[in-house]
Design a binder for this molecule. Structure first.
Ligand SMILES: Cc1cc2nc3c(=O)[nH]c(=O)nc-3n(C[C@H](O)[C@H](O)[C@H](O)COP(=O)(O)O)c2cc1C
Length: 332
């Protein structure tokens, strides 16, 4: 290990967020709870709680649990979903979304992440409270909107990703977004599961990575063991993008649920109606109860790179060690 390779992994994201490694754990609905988030932050990355499956008060308890387990920085990921009520002319946050945002601000969580939509309306308030704001996007236009609304970090999420995903593969999307929003730092998401992916993301101009699927297959993730083992068992062809779960394109493990809805395409309701009617119960069925064949189990193509369920610390340390080895092998 040389000083050069060590410092290559200490990026501006580490300074910005106060973390040791430029590795963020995605705020995944149902899965990313206090046990996972605290373990990732303790191991030197950024742990992130998902708000999507929780009530605002449940989220507040989770935030407090993370604080009991670690004094390291962490984040909360909120899907900034909006709806337009009948007779109204503007979109508004749903009550659940507004409640989750308010709790995150009241608790002054170090990092607020917008998993969907634009956090613009609350970015100034978060900054006033000393918080950082990150926002996910799947194309250059959304990335520009995020940068214009003052986010601290844009997360560029490629088509490979688990969960809601766009149409552009990471190899194109990440450098395109780096160029479009410079000097705003970019974190790469989608398809990254090991040290090679981390180095590749840095080579594309990103300052860090945001991993979902890799962190489901960990001891600390809140997920049924059948779900974790299925991620280990399937290869890179084992997922499919469908609107069946939420009404928006979402990458899931290919199973009876996705096949059944392929035949019922015309019945799929728009987001978030499909999510509350179908996606929520189907997600609980797969992710918590372990009915992985008939429920909705979000998962990325990186399942093809994941060969075991490991403790979080091992995942992060193996990734950092591999990244250092890759960097040391590259010609100077
Ligand atoms: C089970 C699961 C649930 C997810 N839920 C959310 C969510 O609630 N909010 C969000 O911003 N992203 C969510 N995502 C997407 C992740 O934030 C992340 O962008 C993605 O997992 C990265 O790709 P990867 O899975 O290939 O690592 C979810 C992903 C998965 C696999």
């Amino acid at each position: 290990m040389t000083t050069g390779t060590r410092s290559a992994l200490y990026t501006p994201l580490c300074d910005l967020l106060g973390i040791r490694y430029p590795i963020c754990q995605a705020g995944m609905g149902f899965v990313a709870r206090s046990g996972l988030a605290a373990a990732v932050s303790e191991a030197g990355g950024l742990g992130v709680l998902a708000a999507a499956h929780n009530t605002p008060e449940g989220l507040r308890e989770e935030i407090r649990r993370v604080r009991e387990a670690t004094d390291k920085p962490f984040g909360v990921d909120v899907l900034f979903a909006t709806m337009r009520a009948a007779g109204e002319e503007v979109d508004r946050f749903t009550d659940a979304v507004r409640g989750s945002i308010d709790v995150t601000l009241e608790e002054r969580v170090p990092v607020l992440v917008a998993g969907l939509g634009n956090p613009g309306p609350v970015t100034a308030e978060a900054h006033r409270l000393g918080m950082k704001v990150m926002a996910l996007c799947g194309n250059v236009k959304q990335a520009r909107d995020h940068a214009a609304s003052g986010v601290d970090v844009v997360i560029a999420q490629g088509h490979e990703a688990g969960g809601h995903t766009g149409r552009i593969a990471g190899l194109v999307l990440i450098p395109a977004i780096v160029d479009a929003v410079r000097p705003v730092p970019v974190v790469a998401a989608g398809g990254i599961a090991d040290g090679r992916g981390l180095v590749a993301a840095l080579a594309l101009g990103a300052v860090g990575v945001w991993l979902g699927t890799r962190f489901i297959a960990t001891a600390e993730a809140y997920a049924h063991d059948n779900y974790k083992q299925k991620i280990v068992a399937i290869d890179e062809e084992g997922t499919v993008v469908t609107r069946a779960s939420s009404g928006k394109p979402c990458r899931l493990i290919r199973n009876n649920f996705t096949r059944e809805w392929e035949k019922r395409e015309g019945e799929i309701q728009p987001f978030p109606v499909q999510l509350s009617r179908v996606g929520f119960p189907a997600s609980i069925q797969a992710r918590e109860r372990g009915d992985i064949e008939n429920g909705s189990a979000a998962c990325g193509q990186s399942a093809g790179l994941i060969h075991g369920v490991r403790p979080v610390r091992q995942v992060i340390e193996a990734m950092v060690d591999e990244a250092r080895a890759v960097l040391a092998r590259l010609p100077q």
